[in-house]
Write a protein that binds this ligand. Structure first.
Ligand SMILES: *[C@@H]1O[C@H](CO)[C@@H](O)[C@H](O)[C@H]1NC(C)=O
Ligand SMILES: *[C@@H]1O[C@H](CO)[C@@H](O)[C@H](O)[C@H]1NC(C)=O
Ligand SMILES: *[C@@H]1O[C@H](CO)[C@@H](O)[C@H](O)[C@H]1NC(C)=O
Ligand SMILES: *[C@@H]1O[C@H](CO)[C@@H](O)[C@H](O)[C@H]1NC(C)=O
Ligand SMILES: *[C@@H]1O[C@H](CO)[C@@H](O)[C@H](O)[C@H]1NC(C)=O
Ligand SMILES: *[C@@H]1O[C@H](CO)[C@@H](O)[C@H](O)[C@H]1NC(C)=O
Ligand SMILES: *[C@@H]1O[C@H](CO)[C@@H](O)[C@H](O)[C@H]1NC(C)=O
Ligand SMILES: CC(=O)N[C@H]1CO[C@H](CO)[C@@H](O)[C@@H]1O
Length: 536
């Protein structure tokens, strides 16, 4: 029995040296058996770009800083001793050794873009060769993804001694939209928690940070137009995001090729808005037609003042967040309070909406959309907006989230109607369970529905959501990761990578890699260990 176990460990170690542990898996890899040695003290990265490229310069600095950590995650001491001696001299004598790599060239062909965007090109090639190693891409974003891949290709084979196999990787993402959503309203998330998330996202080639910044419980976003919103609506006076804080997050994300899409969800989920903006929310009434003190429902959609406020607030949001997209929310509007209010009842009558409060919601959303369009922004909405047949623009992205067995049908309906679809139904990572739960995240495929080719092509990607009711900075990273790695590979790698059993060694490697960079990533692949566990 023990012999068997030892043999298994021994074999898995053998696999470790030849398996390329890159996560998410590249589209195409042709690796050779020969390898180069790298001495971190004798290694430089050069770049050739079309004009100035600060984003790349900063990325190179960042990667040089963390590339040569002693990566204990992939091989252990025993293994090193047996196969790749810790002595450089012996290392060089090894049969497949073909030289030292002292430089890497990064070649970016197009003019360097300064902001990640909907059309960004993330394709790249990494070629590791005796005489000439290069990362080549059209855009700077491809170069960033290539650097991440390159940094995952090393083997730590001895003190300050690394090796890398020769070969070529040609890679590009399967989906253009690969997001992670954080909720900073249910629990305030300090900037360091957001930065850590962005670091982890970069390691997994995510490219959209969806910031669900405000909700019923708190309004931490500081508006300079309406300062009372955060003054009265935040949990505490220091649980806020000032304009400078938002700038910092934007810069941090931007440097990592990550778009930031803010969500100001309305007309529901707005309780905290009402604290600093009187007369915004709907007064609820009791059965006898009397106003209930301090009882408010969704935003009041019948007042002109509502739209003056919305116009000014969203104007400010558009100035703060430069991405082409905003997330407008539109989910879970509770009609109960609207139904109780006699002024709204009257409005329903005048507008011949009958008893259909979805029509009143449509009335609000249509006006909101007009405002956002005038601000020259595109938008994403939660699926209810589509379900309630609100008039939306053809390029609207519909965010499918309801976690029923019916998400495939919803995807079909949305794309059949010609809208782009974004999937989150199977990726609500805040719903935790015992065991290797990443398998189910890994196996969910956003194009796995009965759609025509054209309909499937309207799937723009997906997003892992971390709703914050039970999450704050103390458990954000451990709850998100490595689960979100499974989503990352689904959204980046070719569809054929779908067997979690085949992926688990690499998955484990990625978890350890993140851990050694200081991210407190959970073990979710059963009993195991990282070789760097003793350093944590
Ligand atoms: C060295 O190359 C040989 C032949 O190409 C190959 O079979 C072997 O696995 C390689 N060894 C290592 C450690 O890469
Ligand atoms: C760096 O590596 C090159 C190529 O192997 C070698 O010629 C040179 O002496 C090395 N320089 C240092 C400072 O080790
Ligand atoms: C890999 O090996 C093949 C055949 O030995 C060779 O033609 C090719 O140039 C090698 N590629 C790299 C990147 O070393
Ligand atoms: C609200 O705006 C509409 C259209 O702009 C206008 O016709 C109406 O008189 C306004 N109502 C009030 C109470 O100001
Ligand atoms: C509208 O947005 C597009 C895409 O972001 C941009 O190219 C264009 O210049 C903008 N137009 C105006 C009037 O701001
Ligand atoms: C999709 O559309 C069909 C036909 O309109 C409808 O019956 C069904 O309820 C819709 N499914 C979902 C999940 O919305
Ligand atoms: C898939 O869609 C096609 C055409 O929309 C329909 O004919 C077929 O019955 C559907 N298949 C399933 C399994 O739902
Ligand atoms: C970790 C390891 O394998 N260390 C070895 C390095 O090389 C010396 C000399 O060959 C050995 O004594 C160590 O055990």
């Amino acid at each position: 029995m023990t012999i068997k176990i030892h043999l298994a460990i021994y074999l898995s170690l053998l696999v470790a040296v030849n398996a390329y542990e890159i996560w998410p898996h590249p589209k195409q890899m042709k690796m050779n058996d020969t390898f180069l040695s790298i001495d971190p003290k004798n290694f430089t990265i050069h770049s050739k770009t079309n004009g100035d490229c600060q984003v790349l310069n900063r990325a190179i600095e960042r990667y040089l800083d963390r590339m040569f950590i002693q990566d204990c995650s992939l091989v252990n001491e025993q293994f090193r001793g047996r196969y790749l001696s810790n002595k450089t001299e012996n290392f060089k004598k090894m049969t497949n050794y073909s030289g030292q790599m002292t430089t890497l060239l990064i070649l970016v062909h197009d003019k360097c873009e300064t902001m990640p965007n909907t059309k960004m090109n993330e394709a790249y090639t990494v070629k590791i060769d005796k005489d000439h190693s290069v990362i080549e891409s059209k855009s700077v974003w491809g170069a960033l993804r290539g650097l991440e891949t390159f940094s995952q290709m090393f083997r730590h084979v001895g003190k300050n001694q690394f090796s890398i196999n020769t070969g070529q990787i040609d890679d590009e993402p399967r989906f253009a939209f690969r997001g992670v959503m954080l909720d900073s309203s249910r629990h305030f998330l300090p900037l360091h928690a957001i930065y850590e998330t962005l670091d982890a996202m970069e390691m997994n080639k995510f490219n959209v940070f969806h910031w669900h910044i405000v909700d019923d419980q708190s309004f931490p976003f500081v508006s300079t137009t309406f300062p009372e919103l955060s003054k009265k609506g935040s949990y505490r006076s220091n649980f806020i995001y000032t304009p400078e804080d938002v700038q910092k997050v934007l810069r941090y994300a931007n440097d990592r090729g990550i778009r930031v899409i803010p969500e100001f969800d309305s007309p529901g989920h707005t309780e905290s808005w009402g604290k600093g903006q009187p007369n915004l929310l709907t007064q609820c009434y009791d059965g006898k037609g009397k106003p209930i003190p301090n009882s408010y429902g969704p935003i009041n959609p019948v007042l002109n003042s509502t739209y003056e406020f919305i116009q000014k607030l969203f104007h400010e949001i558009a100035e703060r967040f430069p991405d082409q997209y905003m997330h407008l929310g539109g989910d879970e509007v509770d009609f109960g309070c609207w139904k109780s209010n006699p002024i709204l009842q009257e409005f329903m009558k005048i507008n011949q909406f009958g008893d259909d409060y979805a029509k009143l919601e449509s009335y609000y959303i249509t006006k909101l959309i007009d405002i956002v369009q005038n601000l020259n922004r595109s938008y994403i909405v939660w699926q209810e907006v589509f379900d309630n047949e609100v008039k939306i623009r053809p390029e609207t992205v519909v965010h499918v989230w309801k976690n029923s067995a019916l998400w495939q049908m919803e995807m079909k309906n949305v794309t059949k109607a010609g809208y782009q679809a974004l999937l989150s139904s199977c990726w609500y990572l805040n719903y935790i369970s015992y065991g290797n739960d990443w398998y189910k995240y890994y196996q969910c495929d956003p194009q796995n529905f009965n759609g025509t080719i054209q309909e499937q092509n309207l799937v723009t990607g997906g997003e892992a959501c971390l709703w914050g009711e039970f999450i704050d900075a103390s458990n954000l990273i451990s709850r998100t990761w490595p689960r979100a790695c499974a989503v990352a590979e689904r959204l980046w790698s070719p569809k054929s990578f779908k067997d979690p059993k085949k992926a688990k060694t690499r998955f484990h490697g990625q978890r350890c890699r993140m851990q050694i960079l200081g991210l407190k990533v959970e073990p979710i692949e059963g009993p195991d260990f990282c070789y760097c566990d003793d350093a944590i």
